[in-house]
Design a protein around this ligand. Structure first.
Ligand SMILES: [Ca+2]
Ligand SMILES: [Ca+2]
Length: 306
């Protein structure tokens, strides 16, 4: 991000991406200041709760999206018009005014939209792009804001292996997280069978700390279980140093933590009650000693759902 001189009437606001930052240096305006009046434009999609890991939409069902243009300076923005761009096959309709003759801090242009993904849309993340055009100091300006929405894969009823359900999102410390094999190297699908303390497992997730994977359980699941530990593939990789902790999160609450497990430890059984969870997150940390050789396995990873 670059540097900009902006003039505010008293309020500052910034749309900041996850782990992003906006820094302001504030000074009084001088007479005849010609810097750009500050304004904000954003697009918001509903979350199941504050801080939820993803904004979910359902194929064939309308979701509420809101855009807002606000003027933060004393110079009004005029002739504003908002628009929304959705992926091909989706519908977007305004459920409120898209235009305003004048936008001020007290009178932002707030537009409610109804966005409908097509029936049968595949699980995954999709982008919605909002734009707004307005006149400012004799120029026409266009601002853009982007939001990501997710169609979640549904966990099946009964007992199943979580590695057979698509995750909502995943972050991994060394290449991509692997299904039913150890993390291996940086490439996808290059792991060996999951193996902890001499026992091999056909199913599970192969990760490398720091890692997190999030599943949408929709309040329908009761139990998650796994055998966790540092994969045996690291036993003969010098220096022998793999150490990982394994945490399970039920929405915003951490419900289990193994503490530090090293490459020498056998598998530890994890079994947790996830009743009522909208999202279940599995986190493998570096155990605060770096992530060298930290191949963390969630072996035999199962979920029970209604
Ligand atoms: Ca790999
Ligand atoms: Ca470590």
């Amino acid at each position: 991000m670059g540097h900009q001189d902006l003039r505010s009437g008293g309020t500052l606001k910034a749309a900041v991406p996850a782990r992003g930052v906006a820094v302001y240096t504030v000074r009084p305006a001088r007479a005849g200041d010609t810097s750009t009046p500050a304004r904000s434009f954003g697009v918001e999609t509903p979350l199941l709760y504050d801080g939820a890991p993803a904004s979910l939409v359902t194929p064939g069902k309308a979701a509420a999206v809101t855009t807002e243009l606000a003027d933060l300076a004393t110079t009004p923005l005029t002739d504003a018009k908002a628009d929304l761009r959705v992926p091909s096959g989706w519908r977007a309709e305004a459920a409120g005014p898209v235009k305003a003759r004048t936008v001020t801090e007290r009178r932002p242009l707030t537009t409610a939209w109804r966005v409908t993904p097509p029936d049968g849309l595949a699980p995954g993340a999709y982008e919605i792009t909002a734009t707004v055009r307005y006149r400012l100091s004799g120029r026409t300006v266009t601002d853009t804001a982007v939001t990501k929405v997710t169609v979640a894969d549904a966990v099946p009823g009964g007992d199943s292996y979580l590695s057979d359900t698509g995750w909502v999102k995943s972050t991994n410390g060394w290449g991509p997280m692997e299904h039913d094999m150890t993390n291996g190297d940086l490439g996808a699908g290059d792991g060996t069978p999951l193996r902890i303390g001499g026992t091999e497992y056909a199913k599970g997730l192969g990760t490398h700390a720091w890692s997190e994977v999030v599943y949408y359980t929709a309040g329908r699941c009761s139990k998650v279980s796994a055998q966790v530990g540092v994969d045996d593939s690291q036993d003969n990789v010098a220096p022998q140093r793999g150490t990982v902790t394994f945490e399970v999160w039920k929405d915003r609450e951490k419900i289990s933590d193994t503490g530090k497990l090293s490459w020498q430890d056998p598998a530890e059984a994890v079994e947790v009650d996830v009743s009522g969870a909208q999202f279940v997150s599995l986190v493998a940390t570096t155990a605060d000693d770096g992530n060298g050789n930290d191949h963390g396995d969630w072996a035999d990873l199962k979920v029970s759902c209604a």
